[in-house]
Write a protein that binds this ligand. Structure first.
Ligand SMILES: NC(=O)c1ccc[n+]([C@@H]2O[C@H](COP(=O)([O-])OP(=O)(O)OC[C@H]3O[C@@H](n4cnc5c(N)ncnc54)[C@H](OP(=O)(O)O)[C@@H]3O)[C@@H](O)[C@H]2O)c1
Length: 264
């Protein structure tokens, strides 16, 4: 089976890397991009066939992944429709693009709407999934299996797809900002910058793995670390007095609103 990508920038490349890492062969992945320069660069870095002919990729692929920016979606979907090829599973990751909107260009195509995140490239991604009614059960299972090899998948109801997009699709950016803030706070206390970032990174990795392994609410684990009267408790007291939870809620709300706007 051949997977074709139309668009292979940040996200498309991350998925291609994730596929290669999870055992897909280079010859079974093909892509088209807008410019010859990108095609050449991606051929060199990913080692797959990359061209600038969307129609050729649409025809050649058994599963078609569209990974262009939302603004490019109408022209790319029109181009696919103009080929007259028979419907095939089409995976879209375009922010705000519902399956019905894609099917207005490609009626009856089994469209799979996903929202991935870039850690997919390392096998640690999150992929949100929403299937068009036409998607056969076998294709649903196939897609879940494909993305589970690159992390975890979540089938998400349409009404909260934008909110989930804010949390996991955009989430890595907020976690990077938190890691940066943690490291900078350490630097302000005199820690060398070269040590502060790795310290913060490993702390976040370890804490996330603890939450996953222990299976209890993160707040319970926070309590366990904070011995009454101890130094962590002193920090937690400051955290509780701050707007930390509210700030995070505002960030997710603003991101969700933007995702909703793009989809209108
Ligand atoms: N970045 C993320 O973390 C992230 C997370 C979740 C979802 N997404 C979604 O992923 C999609 C892609 O975003 P991105 O961040 O990967 O964008 P990007 O880095 O700007 O990449 C866009 C890709 O599309 C290609 N392209 C542009 N116009 C094209 C056309 N007419 N035909 C064929 N290829 C074309 C570009 O080729 P050239 O390089 O030649 O211009 C490039 O390879 C978006 O829908 C976005 O909502 C992104």
């Amino acid at each position: 089976m051949k997977i074709g990508f139309i668009g292979a920038g940040e996200m498309g490349s991350a998925i291609i890397r994730g596929l290669l890492k999870s055992g897909w062969k280079k010859e079974d992945i093909v892509a088209s991009v807008h410019t010859q320069a990108s095609a050449q660069r991606l051929t060199n870095t990913l080692g797959i066939k990359v061209c600038t002919d969307n129609k050729q990729i649409a025809a050649e692929a058994d599963r078609l992944f569209v990974a262009v920016k939302p603004a490019q979606m109408p022209s790319v979907l029109q181009e696919i429709a103009a080929t007259g090829i028979s419907p095939k599973p089409l995976v879209s990751m375009a922010l705000g693009w519902r399956v019905e909107k894609i099917q207005s260009f490609l009626p009856d195509w089994p469209v799979i709407r996903i929202m991935p995140n870039t850690p997919l490239a390392l096998g640690e991604g999150v992929t949100l999934l929403h299937f068009a009614v036409q998607t056969p059960l076998a294709v649903r299972e196939e897609m879940k299996n494909l993305f589970e090899k690159m992390g975890k998948t979540f089938e998400i109801p349409l009404q909260v797809f934008d909110a989930a997009t804010a949390l996991s699709g955009s989430g890595p950016a907020f976690v990077y900002a938190f890691i940066d803030a943690l490291a900078q706070a350490g630097v302000r206390q005199g820690i060398d910058e070269r040590q502060a970032v790795p310290l913060a990174v490993q702390t976040v990795i370890g804490a996330a793995k603890m939450v996953e392994r222990e299976g209890v609410p993160p707040a319970v684990l926070a309590q366990k670390v904070a011995t009454p009267g101890g130094c962590t408790a002193a920090g937690m007291d400051e955290l509780k007095k701050s707007d930390f939870t509210e700030v995070i809620a505002h960030i997710i709300a603003a991101t969700t609103r933007k995702a909703e706007q793009v989809g209108k």
